[in-house]
Design a protein around this ligand. Structure first.
Ligand SMILES: NC(=O)c1ccc[n+]([C@@H]2O[C@H](COP(=O)([O-])OP(=O)(O)OC[C@H]3O[C@@H](n4cnc5c(N)ncnc54)[C@H](OP(=O)(O)O)[C@@H]3O)[C@@H](O)[C@H]2O)c1
Length: 293
C-alpha cells in the first residue's frame, strides 16, 4: 500500500512519515524544501512546490498513491492574514490541484485541517457549525469544502495545538520553548485565558492509521482528552522537568498585541473518534513525559 505524505518536512509530516514506515507502509514523502527527515534511505522523497499544478500532476502520475495525507499548509495565522493571496494559493489551490491529480487513481484523501475552522464556545464536536475567526481558519475551511465535494473517499482530520518530541530539523514546539527559557532561568509570560485540547503527535498518527485501515469517511477530531490553557501546559512542563514554575507569569491575552483574532475557548471533543475509530489519546501529563523522555 502506497501512502503519499505532503508537508513531510513539517512537525506532523516528519512524525507521520516515520510512524507509517515503522508500521510497514510504503511511504512517499514530499515537501517544498530539501528533505529534512531522518532515515532518507527508507522512503522516496519529492521536493515539490504544491502550488505548481504541473509538478503535482507529474508526481501523482508517477506515484499513483493508494492514500494521500495532505498535511502541507501555511499554518501560521499571522502570515495568512498579511498575505491572503499567498495563503489561498498554498492552502486552497494546492488542495484543489492534489484532488484533481488523485481523481484518476481513486486515492483515499486524508486532509489535515484544524480547530481554527471553528469560533468561540469550544470544545467543538464534528457537528458544530464552522465560524472561522481569521483568514487561516477560513482558508482551511475552504479546502475542507473542496475535499468533501471531490467525489474521492475522504477523511478530514482536525487536531489542536500539536506537541511531541522534536526531531532533528524540526522547529521547536511551545513545550520546548518553555523548557529552553526556564533552563536559562528566563521569565516567560503565558496566557491563561485561552483553552485548548493539546494533541500528542503520535496519537494523531495512530488515528490516521486507523482511518486508512478502516477506510473511514468524514470528519474526525483527533485531539487530546484534557482541556488546558497554555499557562497550565507550561506549568506542567516545568513540574515534570523539575524547573522553576515561578518564572512563568500568568497573563491574559490582552497582554500581547495580536493582529489576528484567535478563539479564547477552542478545543475539540473526541467522542466520535473514540466510538468509530477506537481512538484513545494519552493524557497531557503522559504526553509531556513521552515528549521529553
Ligand atoms: N501545529 C499545530 O499545532 C496544528 C494544529 C492544528 C492543525 N494543524 C495542521 O496540521 C498540518 C501540519 O501542521 P505542522 O505544524 O506540521 O506544519 P508545519 O510544521 O508548518 O509544516 C508544514 C509543511 O508544509 C510544507 N509546505 C508548505 N507550503 C508548501 C508548498 N507550497 N509546497 C510544498 N510543501 C509546502 C512545508 O515544507 P518545507 O518545510 O519543506 O518548506 C512545511 O514543512 C497543517 O495542515 C496545519 O494546518 C497544525
Amino acid at each position: 500500500m502506497k501512502i503519499l505524505v505532503t508537508g513531510a518536512n513539517g512537525f506532523l509530516g516528519q512524525q507521520l512519515t516515520l510512524y507509517l514506515i515503522n508500521k510497514g507502509y510504503s511511504v512517499i514523502a514530499c515537501s517544498r524544501g530539501a528533505c529534512r527527515i531522518s532515515g532518507k534511505h527508507l522512503f522516496q522523497y519529492y521536493s515539490i512546490d504544491l502550488t505548481d499544478e504541473v509538478a503535482i500532476t507529474a508526481m501523482v502520475l508517477e506515484v499513483k498513491p493508494d492514500s494521500i495525507i495532505h498535511s502541507a499548509a501555511n499554518s501560521k495565522p499571522d502570515d495568512c492574514d498579511t498575505n491572503k493571496e499567498g495563503c489561498l494559493l498554498q492552502n486552497v489551490e494546492a488542495t484543489r490541484f492534489l484532488l484533481q491529480a488523485c481523481k484518476p487513481y481513486n486515492t483515499q484523501f486524508i486532509y489535515i485541517s484544524t480547530d481554527f475552522i471553528f469560533g468561540e464556545n469550544g470544545p467543538h464536536s464534528e457537528d458544530n457549525t464552522p465560524a472561522p475567526l481569521n483568514f487561516y481558519g477560513e482558508s482551511k475551511l475552504r479546502a475542507e469544502q473542496l475535499v468533501i465535494n471531490s467525489g474521492l473517499l475522504y477523511a478530514i482530520v482536525r487536531p489542536v495545538f500539536i506537541y511531541g518530541p522534536v526531531l532533528e530539523g524540526m522547529r521547536p514546539s511551545f513545550l520546548h520553548w518553555v523548557k529552553n527559557n526556564l533552563e536559562q532561568h528566563k521569565p516567560i509570560k503565558v496566557v491563561s485565558d485561552q483553552q485548548r485540547t493539546p494533541t500528542f503527535v503520535l496519537d494523531i498518527c495512530k488515528g490516521i492509521e486507523t482511518i486508512i485501515e478502516k477506510k473511514a469517511e468524514g470528519a474526525y477530531h483527533l485531539a487530546g482528552k484534557n482541556i488546558l490553557s497554555p499557562y497550565e501546559m507550561a506549568v506542567a512542563v516545568a513540574n515534570f522537568l523539575g524547573l522553576d514554575a515561578a518564572l512563568i507569569e500568568n497573563v491574559t491575552s490582552d497582554t500581547f498585541i495580536e493582529t489576528v483574532q484567535r478563539a479564547k475557548r477552542s478545543g475539540l471533543t473526541i467522542d466520535k473518534a473514540r466510538k468509530t475509530l477506537g481512538y484513545e489519546p494519552v493524557s497531557f501529563e503522559e504526553g509531556v513525559q513521552l515528549t521529553f523522555n
